[in-house]
Design a binder for this molecule. Structure first.
Ligand code: NAD
Length: 260
């Protein structure tokens, strides 16, 4: 379905980003990966799906590096048709103890990076299909883009912000073939969440399994994690013809978290 298209997925060396990259590649899209840590494993995994893959190591907190990544992607594959703004970090502390430097980092990586990548991707998307436009911008927000949780001020502020940015991006392009939507996962067992499970286990002197059950029990009625595969399938839907007029939604996949 996406053969000949190019998808750039930020923060795609692990977790949800890698899951979405995998799902888009399985539909035939060429992929530009980004993120830290092991890059060879994810690159080989995507290439094995029979598509072209490139990697750029832009630090998403740095606008100049984001600009270099977008130029690199266009040089590699012509243009970016699908942009998935996924890179994100977490920091947990009460507001009065929240390190100012962590606040700035969370806002830069989880929110401002999406603004920069979006503003740089839009002109080519708007010019596609003889000026009628075609493009998909998918922002990986969070259920924390819809509701709050204590000790996550920067994350909740950034995720509410990205849901707002999603709506404005969708509205400004509503008469074109460029859509923008947000995905709002509940708990997904990635390294980002494993750290929170480990902290809970250490603080309570309990096992990993008990900490996991506690974490789910506090927020997620389904008592199960959403998977990167499920989130990848939702991203594929947004890219499909059926998604042509889905604009500005914040779609939660959260086991009922926000329904409470
Ligand atoms: P993860 O830690 O597994 O992956 C984060 C990715 O972002 C990695 O590839 C990492 O290298 C990259 N990254 C981090 N800082 C970066 C930077 N400065 N520049 C470039 N890349 C950077 O985490 P994840 O759980 O897969 O999170 C992905 C997204 O999903 C985040 O935006 C997160 O807020 C969101 N999310 C996660 C959950 C969850 O439960 N895991 C729930 C809701 C939303």
């Amino acid at each position: 379905m996406l053969k000949g298209k190019t998808a750039l997925v930020t923060g795609s060396t692990s977790g949800i980003g890698l899951g979405i990259a995998r799902a888009l590649a399985a539909q035939g899209a060429n992929i530009v990966l980004n993120g830290f840590g092991d890059t060879e494993g994810p690159k080989a995994e995507i290439a094995a799906l029979g598509v072209k893959v490139a990697y750029h190591g832009a630090d998403m907190s740095k606008p100049a590096e984001i600009e270099a990544m977008m130029t690199f992607a266009a040089a590699q594959f012509g243009q970016v048709d699908i942009l998935v703004n996924n890179a994100g970090i977490q920091h947990v502390a009460k507001i009065e103890n929240f390190p100012v430097e962590r606040w700035d980092a969370v806002l830069a990586i989880n929110l401002s990076s999406a603004f920069h990548a979006t503003r740089l991707a839009l002109p080519a998307m708007q010019a596609a299909h003889g000026g009628k436009g075609w493009g998909r911008i998918i922002n990986v927000a969070s259920v924390h883009g819809l509701v709050g949780s204590a000790e996550k001020s920067a994350y909740v502020a950034a995720k509410h912000g990205i849901v707002g940015l999603t709506k404005v991006t969708a509205l400004e392009n509503a008469t074109t073939g460029v859509t923008c939507n947000a995905i709002c996962p509940g708990w997904v067992l990635t390294p980002l969440v494993q750290k929170q499970v480990d902290a809970k286990a250490a603080a309570g002197g309990i096992s990993n399994e008990q900490a996991t059950q506690q974490l789910l029990g506090e927020k997620e009625p389904s008592m199960q994690f959403t998977t990167p595969e499920e989130l990848g399938a939702l991203a594929v839907f947004f890219c499909s013809p059926a998604g042509n007029n889905v604009r500005g939604v914040a779609w939660n996949m959260d086991g009922g978290w926000a329904a409470q």
